[in-house]
Write a protein that binds this ligand. Sequence first.
Ligand code: DLZ
Length: 173
Amino acid sequence: MATANKNLSHYDENNIPSAEEMTFGIVVSEWNHEITHKLYEGCLETLLKHGTKEEDVHTAQVPGSFELPVGGKILASRHRLDAVICIGCVIKGETSHNEYINQSVAMGLTNLSIASGIPFVFGVLTPNTEEQALDRAGGKHGNKGVEAAVTAIRMAAMKKGLTKSKQRIGFGK
Ligand code: DLZ
C-alpha cells in the first residue's frame, strides 16, 4: 500500500510491547536535516512514550544516508542494542543518484540485520519532492520516524522473545 493512503503515525498503541527494558540506537543523516531532524524527533518521542529510558537511546549523526549502514554498525559495536533505527531522506534529483543511494542503504541494512541478528530499521524517506518529504515528516501523511520507532520496538520484542507465543496473525488498520 502506498503511503499516500496511510498515515505513518497511526498504529494500535494497545498492541505494542513495552519498551521499558529495551536499548536502541538511532543514526541520523545530516543531508536534508530539516526533514531528518523531524523524523528523529518523532522517533525518539515514540520510543520514550513506550517506556524506553533516555539513557538507553544511543545516537549518532552521519553525513548522508549512504553512510547509515556503517554508522549503524559502528553504533552497534559500541553498545548492546536491541535495534538500530536508521533515519535519512533521499530526495530524487536530476540524476539517478537517489536510486544508487536508496538501493545501497536498503541492501546494507538488510545485510546487517541478517548477519548480526539485530534489526536495522529502514527509517529513510525516498520522495520525489521536498513537499512529499514534509508530508511524511510530521505533515499530512504522519511521521516516518514514528513508524520506524514502532517497527524497532516490535522487532526488538521479537528478538527478546517478548511476543505472545499464541498471538494470532491478523492485519489491522
Ligand atoms: C550526494 C548526496 C545527494 C546528491 N543527495 C542526497 C540526499 O538527497 N540525501 C542523502 O541522505 N544524501 C545525499 N547525498 C549524500 C550521500 O548520501 C553521501 O553522503 C555522499 O555521497 C558521500 O558518500
